[in-house]
Design a protein around this ligand. Structure first.
Ligand code: NAP
Ligand code: ZN
Length: 350
């Protein structure tokens, strides 16, 4: 089926309307009419080929919420009319050790991303959620249990939510732990909400003085403006865990210094240019770790969605028409987003 989408034909070209093909649902497939799609900084990195290797045309979007409009004959988990989500993954090998443990994002044979991944479907790579419809294998479709009026604000949970939830859970953020969240953008604002909801003493680090009050409102117990050396120094040696979501190259030592003995700084931001090499003495004197984490598996994504539905957690969003996407990217580049742009996919029909 031919559907309307928005995509880019080259790194230096703006996004524009583009017609794409979606396969007919196979026996295990779910066809979804997309209602809303969040705008992740990874979409911008990819469209502009900041990481290199982007395949065009590129239709981004991996924070998808929509309504099931068809299911294959072997699908019993989902029914037509149901509200569902699709995140960053649409396939994986399903037989390696990581897939066996429900960690499809670490599939040893390579997962298929929701956009830019290899697929037999035309045009040979996957096309994401800036489109009217998507067809995905039922194993990679999530149940959405939030009330319908919150659906636009649920979309960012599919990437920003799970990418912060997974490391917070892995490193045991919870009561009695002091947890830092660096960069209060799409990922970071969800990190603050989730760390707070998990019961950790949560400290938000921002470069934007203007986000100080917002960070408290999001659930932070304390806020540090990271450009202020005295504010930073007051937290030296005190954190169990710091999650760094910053999308640009910066000095990591400023944060490893704030860790306790055996503490971990986990980076999830993937900047275009590398960070300066971290100082090893800061790590050695204190047995500290720098770690990384990639989105999350399907089971833990469902766990996060259910936790958020139960606790009334959604993203803070600014809704846009798809035609405004380049403006949204430019604002995201300037850290001027409060706190996630979400596309109203009905605007694709315009
Ligand atoms: P975003 O909404 O643009 O937020 C990034 C935040 O980082 C900004 O709002 C800003 O917060 C801070 N920041 C930006 N430039 C900075 C600089 N030069 N120095 C210090 N802080 C700066 O981006 P996002 O969608 O949250 O994504 C963040 C990063 O995570 C991106 O690189 C994205 O590709 C990556 N990502 C990774 C995964 C994964 O699985 N690992 C998944 C999704 C996204 P303040 O104003 O508070 O300083
Ligand atoms: Zn993302």
């Amino acid at each position: 089926m031919t559907v309307k989408a928005y995509g880019a034909h080259a790194a230096d070209k703006p996004l524009e309307p583009i017609a794409i093909e979606r396969r007919e649902p196979g026996p295990h497939d779910v066809r979804i009419d997309i209602l809303f799609c969040g705008v992740c900084h990874s979409d911008l990195h990819t469209v502009r080929s900041e990481w290199g290797g982007t395949i065009y045309p590129c239709v981004p979007g991996h924070e998808i919420v929509g309504r099931v409009s068809a299911v294959g004959g072997s699908v019993d988990k989902f029914a037509v009319g149901e509200i569902v989500g699709v995140g960053c993954l649409v396939d994986s090998c399903q037989h390696c050790a990581s897939c066996g443990e429900g960690l499809e994002q670490y599939c040893e044979n390579g997962f298929t991303g929701t956009y830019g991944g290899a697929t037999p479907d035309a045009p040979g790579h996957t096309l994401g959620g800036y489109s009217e419809q998507i067809v995905a294998s039922d194993k990679f479709v999530l149940k959405i249990r939030h009330p319908e009026e919150q659906l636009a604000a649920v979309a960012p949970l599919l990437c920003a939510g799970i990418t912060t939830w997974s490391p917070l859970r892995h490193w045991n953020a919870g009561p009695g732990k002091k947890v830092g969240i660096v960069g209060i953008g799409g990922l970071g604002h969800m990190g603050v909400k989730l760390a707070h909801a998990l019961g950790a003493h949560t400290v938000a680090f921002t470069t934007s003085e203007s986000k100080r009050q917002d960070a408290l409102d999001l659930g932070a117990d304390e806020v540090v403006v990271s450009r202020n050396a005295d504010e930073m120094a007051a937290h030296t040696g005190s954190f169990d865990f710091i999650l760094n979501t910053v999308a640009a190259s910066h000095d990591l030592d400023a944060f490893t210094r704030l860790l306790k003995r055996d503490g971990t700084l986990c980076v999830v931001g993937v900047p275009e240019h590398p960070h300066p090499s971290p100082a090893v003495d800061v790590l050695i004197f204190g047995r500290k770790s720098i770690a990384g984490s990639l989105i999350g598996g399907i089971a833990e994504t469902q766990e996060m969605l259910d936790f958020c539905a139960e606790h009334g957690i959604v993203s803070e969003i600014e809704m846009i028409a798809v035609q405004d996407i380049d403006l949204a990217y430019d604002r995201m580049q300037r850290s001027d987003v409060k706190y996630r742009f979400v596309i109203d996919n009905a605007s694709l029909a315009a």
